[in-house]
Write a protein that binds this ligand. Structure first.
Ligand code: NAP
Length: 279
């Protein structure tokens, strides 16, 4: 890939960003499609986010991603928000249209596409999600807007409690989906919820490397045949939760394609082209 006088800038603002695979994903896709774009990672935290976003706008960058710790604060520095971003109060993608910045959150789009890629249809059905952080809220808002019938959110209620209550209120008042928020320690509600759901999602870090023996669900009786169990974690590829679910004849998939499709959604917003996923 050659940088020229007309190369279009995109990138990532977060801290830390050195480990990010986003530059590799986007630059590989630009190269494959012959697009004169480049994607760079910049170590920017909330103390300099406003200046960095304003600078990127002034120099005509086409857009950028926001990652931790900038996803919430970034909402304050854009001109408009997508419906899902408005509901969640966070953005991971900004598009610059001639000085007008639009904020989007593509994690939920990425997840819904990963569900479809895995061969499942959850529209009109009920889902149970464990965890109520950034990823869970993006998925819940997108799923509700896409037509999922009911969402039960379970968390240990240590953090994110009022934010999740707020999200549940918005889903219930602004969409036709019914959302409920439970304590993860409420075993009966968890059992009833999973029993009446088509899909169970782990949106907590439990089971992620290096603590790969951990699982957010250990009671095998909670898995019914035909249940789809998905883990947002992709390292390890098969978490203990997914192994247990597989042993109980559930369908399983991990978080790899959510990661790829959330990037593809940002790529499409900036370039208008589909990211060449298989590459
Ligand atoms: P986050 O905002 O920090 O939220 C984490 C959630 O997990 C919170 O609800 C937290 O509970 C809960 N939690 C944390 N430790 C727990 C424990 N030991 N037991 C029970 N609950 C626990 O994180 P996030 O950004 O949503 O990410 C969540 C997971 O998704 C991570 O594993 C992350 O790597 C993965 N992820 C994957 C993708 C992808 O593209 N595949 C994208 C984003 C995230 P409290 O609310 O009580 O604190």
């Amino acid at each position: 890939m050659e940088i020229s006088g007309t190369t279009v800038l995109t990138g990532l603002l977060g801290s830390p960003v050195g480990h990010s695979i986003s530059p590799k994903l986007h630059n590989t896709a630009f190269k494959k499609l012959g697009l004169d774009y480049v994607y760079l990672a910049f170590d920017v935290d909330t103390s300099s986010l406003q200046v960095a976003m304003s600078g990127l706008k002034s120099i005509g960058a086409r857009g950028f991603n926001l990652t931790m710790p900038n996803k919430n604060l970034g909402c304050e520095f854009v001109d408009n928000l997508s419906p899902v971003a408005k509901m969640v109060g966070a953005i991971n993608t900004v598009v610059n249209d001639n000085g007008i910045l639009s904020g989007h959150i593509t994690d939920g789009i990425g997840y819904m596409q990963a569900v479809a890629r895995a061969g499942h249809n959850i529209i009109g059905k009920k889902i149970t999600i464990l965890g109520a952080g950034g990823a869970a809220s993006a998925i819940c808002a997108q799923a509700a807007l896409d037509g999922v019938r009911e969402i039960d959110i379970f968390s240990r209620k240590k953090n994110f409690v009022s934010r999740t209550e707020h999200l549940v209120d918005k889903i219930n008042s602004q969409t036709s989906c019914i959302a409920n928020f439970y304590d993860l320690r409420d075993e009966l509600s968890l059992k009833n919820s999973i029993n009446s759901s088509s899909l169970l999602i782990n949106a907590t870090p439990v089971g992620m490397a290096p603590n790969t023996a951990d699982s957010i669900v250990t009671d095998r009786s909670l898995f019914h045949e035909g249940l789809v169990v998905s883990d947002l974690i992709y390292s390890p590829e098969k978490t203990t939760l997914l192994s247990l679910a597989e042993q109980c004849n559930c369908y399983i998939f991990n978080g790899y394609y959510m990661l790829v499709y959330q990037a593809a959604a940002a790529f499409k917003l900036w370039t208008g082209f589909d990211m060449p996923i298989d590459v």
